[in-house]
Design a protein around this ligand. Structure first.
Ligand code: SF4
Length: 63
């Protein structure tokens, strides 16, 4: 089954790390919250780099 990218906005602290690592996939939806702009906007490795560097681990594969 295809992996679905999930970002838990309730947990996100808005540090902007994911948007710096993969700006075509993640964007800031408000000053303190990130969201998913385009789940297919970057290579899997780059998306997983963003996941690994999220300080609250709120970006996951929901499969
Ligand atoms: S890296 Fe995690 S905590 Fe930081 S903005 Fe992205 S989703 Fe939110």
């Amino acid at each position: 089954m295809a992996k679905v990218l999930y970002l838990d906005e309730n947990v996100c602290i808005g540090c902007e790390t994911c948007t710096r690592i993969s700006p075509r996939v993640f964007h800031m939806v408000s000053e303190h919250k990130a969201g998913i702009l385009d789940p297919k906007g970057d290579r899997i490795e780059k998306i997983e780099e963003a996941m690994d560097n999220c300080p609250v681990a709120c970006i996951t594969w929901d499969d």
